[in-house]
Design a protein around this ligand. Sequence first.
Ligand code: MEV
Length: 322
Amino acid sequence: MNVEMIPMSENRAIGVASSKLILVGEHAVVHGQPAIALPFPLIKVESSVQEIEGPIRLESELYNGLLDEAPTQLSGIVQTIKETLICLRVPAENLLIQIHSTIPPGKGLGSSASVAIAIVRSLFHYTNTPYTNEQLLKLANIAETYAHGAPSGIDSITITSSSPVWYQKEASVDYIEPKGTFYFVVADTGMMADTKSSVANVKELLKTAPEKMYGAVERIGEITYQVREALEKSSKKVLGYLLNEAQHELELLGVSNEGLERLIQFARKEGALGAKLTGAGKGGCMIALAQNELHSKQLSEKLKQFGAQAVWPFVLKNEHIE
Ligand code: MEV
């Protein structure tokens, strides 16, 4: 039972959710393989709920207006809000929901799941109702299904976790305890990544060239097991090598693109131990493993100068990501 509540005043409450990164296993996870994802707290969504008179209003960078008149791209969020209010037995009126996000949307960083989770949390906090993680995930996944079509569920699970997640569909979630300290750099190509079409393209490829493509999916699964071992044994060079191998398989699955490969190759040339796309691909972000703290700072600077739209250096150590 999650009882953490942050009431701002009698009639205003907030809910916060951070971002996520897929370290390895994206796409393959949709087809039954395991994946490893990291909560990424450097960027977040905050949802604030307060009382107003009249129909529900939504205010965000994407849309300002009545909930019932929100554009179709927000249908999932609208549905999550309505279902949450039904679950809370609160009438769907007299609320202002304000969303502020530092997670760039469409970059494979879990923005849609974070928005949904922040909103659900804020509505539960507003009504001072305790909730379970299961309830939270169920309500957030309504929005995820609209956004991604057939999501594996990894984004929402990771966003509600404080440790690296080992996730496989239809298996219970496991948490990884990395040994030592890993310095990563995440860089944004500046191109939007459409998870829904990227997942659909892979599905189509699996139909047209099943042998080759299932081979790539299975190979990603094997790499994911090896990545877990590398994290638990603090084998940085092996981890870097495995990230490069995973990128190769993702290229076969057709989810990489020129913008990603430009940044990935640059990071490797600048001494990254390994680099790959993260998330849905076809744009969005890449993740590189730096040699050490100093190298992660230098690599971040160089990636910025090379034209990355945004760069986030971050540290993974034990259960905590800084
Ligand atoms: C998106 O973060 C990861 C994908 O594997 C889709 C999913 O698992 O739902 C591309």
